[in-house]
Ligand binder design. Structure first.
Ligand code: NAD
Ligand code: ZN
Length: 347
């Protein structure tokens, strides 16, 4: 079968032929129709330090996809051949205390599809049946292909009461932009988004941001305070969703949050950094780290929101579509920063 493979321990990927995966008794075989490129895939393509440390080669990459079940193992129940599906990219042990308590996203034995085991940028993917998520008719193949990333945004945003609240989102990457649409969908009041990239700030506006702020020049906190004045928000933001991993974004967020506000930290910093703990303590902030998606509550809520109108609201995040043969153009678009989600067609 055709697959996008990291076979040399150097920059790039190769579209090549590899054996079709064999499935075990608890697995399904999914025929992939569409895939989407995640920041993780870009790191693997780019071959940064994390990728060098983490990725064994050769490796079929990719974990954002949609497809149809073609084969099922003998022990698989509750699924059907021909069902349109996507899947959770974190494969968990199922036996540890967290898994058994229904907190599978916190399993210490997590294995990543397209990171630690063969991935979805291929004509066929072998996936444990428990990781399969069945799609409603109302969810398009294209949007289903990046429900994994939408799930990060959903998990972060729905961790807090957003109705009528003023939200600050730092980082308008694909996940930040989708978080904007979710906050709007569930009834937030003002949604302010910061980034240093005009193209992406424009996507945030298209997805429902009240205001966007380019923080590449000047003092971000002062600019945010000025904007808060214009929006007549004297007290500060009620909820902060950190989706950049950049220390200065965290600083300006902590400075402009209201007393008693909540913060979701999704962005992954490249290295440790200091924060002003006084702001956390004296404002009584509640900080929540976010990893992955809740299995599978995030998936059910996300599908329900998509069918209920969120799908239309997030469409601006899809900026590029290519057949897989043109994957190089897809990765170039991602690397340029002038992209939201890039979807690759396999059929
Ligand atoms: P991305 O890298 O595409 O987006 C980050 C954005 O932050 C970019 O648009 C960048 O221009 C912007 N940025 C840079 N400096 C900034 C600043 N000073 N202020 C505000 N914005 C700034 O990433 P993404 O795919 O949208 O993911 C968002 C973040 O979440 C990344 O850090 C990613 O590594 C992380 N992530 C975490 C998880 C998890 O489970 N915790 C899962 C997926 C992604
Ligand atoms: Zn576990």
């Amino acid at each position: 079968m055709k697959a996008l493979v990291k076979n040399a321990r150097a920059e790039g990927l190769m579209l090549t032929n590899v054996p079709k995966p064999a499935i075990g008794p608890n697995d399904v075989l999914i025929e992939v129709s569409k895939t989407a490129i995640c920041g993780t895939d870009v790191h693997i393509y780019d071959w940064n330090d994390w990728a060098k440390r983490t990725i064994p080669t050769p490796m079929v990459v990719g974990h954002e996809y949609c497809g149809v079940i073609k084969e099922m193992g003998s022990e698989v129940k509750g699924l059907k051949i021909g069902a349109r599906v996507t899947g959770e990219g974190h494969i968990t042990c199922g036996f540890c205390r967290n898994c058994r308590a229904g907190r599978r996203h916190l399993c210490r034995e997590t294995v990543g599809v397209g990171v630690n085991r063969p991935g979805a940028f291929a004509e066929y993917l072998c996936l444990p049946a428990i990781n399969v998520f069945q799609l409603s008719q109302g969810v398009s193949d294209e949007v289903a292909s990046f429900m994994d990333a939408l799930g990060n945004a959903t998990h972060t945003a729905l961790g807090f009461d957003l109705v009528g609240e003023d939200v600050l989102i730092t980082g308008a990457g694909p996940i930040g932009v989708m978080a904007v649409a979710i906050c709007r969908h569930v009834g937030a009041r003002h949604i302010v988004v910061t980034d240093i990239n005009e193209f992406r700030l424009d996507l945030a506006l298209k997805c429902g941001a009240s205001r966007v702020l380019n923080v590449s020049n000047g003092n971000a906190t002062e600019k945010l305070r000025q904007l808060m004045g214009e929006l007549k928000m004297s007290e500060g933001f009620d909820v902060g969703l950190e989706m950049s991993g950049v220390p200065s974004a965290v600083h300006s967020m902590l400075e402009t949050l209201n007393v008693g506000a909540s913060v979701g930290l999704l962005g992954i910093p490249s290295k440790p950094f200091e924060i002003n703990w006084d702001l956390v303590i004296f404002k009584g902030l509640i900080i929540k780290g976010i990893y992955g998606r809740e299995m599978f509550e995030t998936w059910y809520k996300m599908q329900s929101m998509l069918v209920g109108g969120l799908q239309d609201k997030i469409m601006p995040v899809i900026t590029h579509r290519f057949d897989v043969e043109r994957y190089e153009e897809g990765f170039s678009a991602m690397l340029s920063g002038q992209a939201g989600k890039v979807v690759l067609g396999w059929k």
